[in-house]
Each structure stands twice: as C-alpha cells, then as structure tokens.
Design a protein around this ligand. Structure first.
Ligand SMILES: *[C@@H]1O[C@H](CO)[C@@H](O)[C@H](O)[C@H]1NC(C)=O
Ligand SMILES: *[C@@H]1O[C@H](CO)[C@@H](O)[C@H](O)[C@H]1NC(C)=O
Length: 294
C-alpha cells in the first residue's frame, strides 16, 4: 500500500472554486481593515512566512500514512502541491524523522528538514524544523500532511489573520459543524468572541442548549486542524507545561488559551477529507474521481 511514485503535477483544476473563504468574522473585518491601513506605510507585520508539513512514518492507526498512494501520487506530495499554490508562503519544507519519507519528498522536489525521533507531536516537529532552518521566519504554518485536499486559500487566510492581529500568537480555521456531528467527540467545536478570537474549544457541544439537543438554527463551529504561529511563540509553546483543561479535553490548543494567549480564528467553507485510517483513502479517491480532480 505504501508506494512512493512521484509524478509531476498539474492538479487542482476547478477544485479551488468549489469553496470560499469567508474571511474574518463580521466584527473582525472592521478591525482588520483598520489594521491594514495603519500598516500600509510600514513593512508588513510578520512578513516572512514558512509552511512546514510535519510527517512521521510510524502511526498507531496507519503505518506509513504520508506515503500512501492517492490516485497515483503519495499523499504527502498532494499536500505539498496544494501548499505550493498558497501565495503567502515564502518557503515550504517537509519535516520528518524518516528517511523513506525524506527520499520520496526530495524526489518530487520538496525541501526536507530531518527532525529527531524524540519530537513527540507535529508542533514539536515544526519547532525543531524552524530552529534548524538557516533563515529567520516570523510566521510558521503547520500544514497537516493528512489533508491532501487542503485549499491554499485557507493557508493564506490564517496567515493573513495572524498578520492582521498583532495581539494574537496563533491562528486557525473553523467551518460550519454539521448538526449530525454535534455529539461526535472527534469533531472539535469552537466558540469565538465577536472579533473572531477563540474563547474555547471542546469535544463536547458548545454552546450547550438547555433543550439538551443540537439547535438546528445555531451556527456551531467545527475546528479544522490547520494552524499558524508567531515563530517566537512557537519556540516556547512546546515547553509550556500542560494545563488542566488541555489535559481534560485532550486538546493541545487549549494550552494556548489557558496561558492567556490570544488566538485568531477565521471561518471558511471546507469539507474535511482527512485521512486517518486506511479506509479513508478509498473514500477520498472516489470523491476526487467524482469531482474530476487528478
Ligand atoms: C435551544 O434550541 C431550540 C431549538 O432546538 C431553540 O428554539 C431555542 O431558541 C434554543 N435556545 C434556548 C435558550 O432555548
Ligand atoms: C506536544 O508534546 C509535548 C511533549 O509531550 C507537550 O508538552 C505539548 O503540550 C504537546 N503539544 C504542543 C502543542 O506542544
């Protein structure tokens, strides 16, 4: 099942138009517009941006996942090709501890940074890669390798959100939660304030309606895995000790909020097609065939 066959790309035709980034939530749009005006005279805030795709071979649920073949290309190549279409990234690297993954990625033209096996999660791997990169960057985008259909506009959206919110150190994206996913603890819900800053994330349904049911009229938000960090914050983030709510919900991002840092959230239209288990590959392939994505 694990094949590294790279082929040159000519992908993404048409797909990009099937979804739209709404941009910042209502109140935040005003603040962002004012911010853009004020910054116009100076160099752009947090202008140097690197996209890092952390990839590990070992996985309890799906061994060798980054190299799995999806319609003729390794999954990591598909993610990388999507990231290449983002306009805000100055550089994209794959961060891996695995020689097979590294070789495969160099084969299709990606830059690779080797990270140690002691990196315990994607965030640590991104931080290690950032430290090893010779150049200085202001913003790091953590691009999950298991979302081969990630829209480049979402990457650009979270980068611009972080550039437009100097008081935030972290940015991420949400989309509409399908009512039938309200009770699924693997779908992480998010609530934001009226300027688009995260208030809380939960595996439970938030907000909670006193009827005890999902309110079909409430615009619940589903958290998407993609995130970007201020690079100075990234260098301390993995060292911050775990926090009670983070441990209780088993959600890394709560550590950011519990330590009093601000997180900017953008709302996008996106159907999540993550690949978590081998069965997901077939699903995503038939979807791609249906939509004529090669
Ligand atoms: C709760 O959900 C119901 C629909 O399920 C809705 O009519 C009601 O306005 C919601 N809010 C409260 C406070 O009950
Ligand atoms: C990653 O792993 C480290 C070590 O287990 C842990 O301290 C940290 O909270 C995890 N998450 C992040 C975002 O660093």
């Amino acid at each position: 099942m694990v094949i590294c066959k790279s082929s040159s790309s000519s992908s993404s035709s048409g797909w990009g138009s099937t979804w739209i980034v709404h941009g910042l939530l209502a109140g935040a749009a005003v603040a962002a517009a004012a911010g853009t005006y004020a910054l116009r005279r100076k160099a752009r805030f947090r202008s140097r941006v690197v996209g890092i795709i952390p990839a590990r071979f070992a996985s309890s649920r799906f061994q060798g996942k980054p190299l799995v073949n999806i319609l003729g290309k390794p999954m990591i190549q598909r993610t990388w090709e999507r990231a290449k279409l983002a306009t805000t990234l100055d550089h994209i690297v794959v961060a891996t501890d695995d020689e097979k993954i590294a070789e495969c990625c160099r084969g299709f033209g990606a830059d690779v940074i080797m990270t140690s096996e002691s990196s315990r999660n994607g965030t640590e791997r991104c931080n290690e890669a950032l430290q090893k990169l010779g150049k200085k960057y202001d913003v790091v985008v953590n691009i999950q390798g298991d979302e081969p259909l990630i829209e480049p506009e979402i990457i650009d959206g979270i980068v611009k959100a972080l550039q437009g919110a100097p008081d935030a150190v972290f940015s991420t994206a949400v989309t509409s939660l399908k009512p039938e996913d309200g009770a699924d603890p693997n779908r992480v819900k998010c609530v934001v304030d009226n300027r688009g800053y995260a208030i809380y994330f939960s595996r439970g349904l938030i907000p909670y309606n006193k009827s005890g049911k999902v309110n079909p009229r409430f615009p619940y938000l589903l958290h998407l895995g993609i995130q970007s960090y201020d690079s100075k914050f990234l260098s301390i983030y993995p060292q911050l000790p775990p926090t009670p709510l983070q441990l209780e919900e088993d959600l890394e991002q709560l550590k950011v909020l519990e330590n009093g840092y601000k997180m900017k959230v953008i709302k996008v239209e996106h159907e999540a097609h993550g690949v978590d288990i081998p069965e997901d590959v077939e699903k995503i392939e038939s979807l791609m065939r249906e939509r004529n994505i090669s």
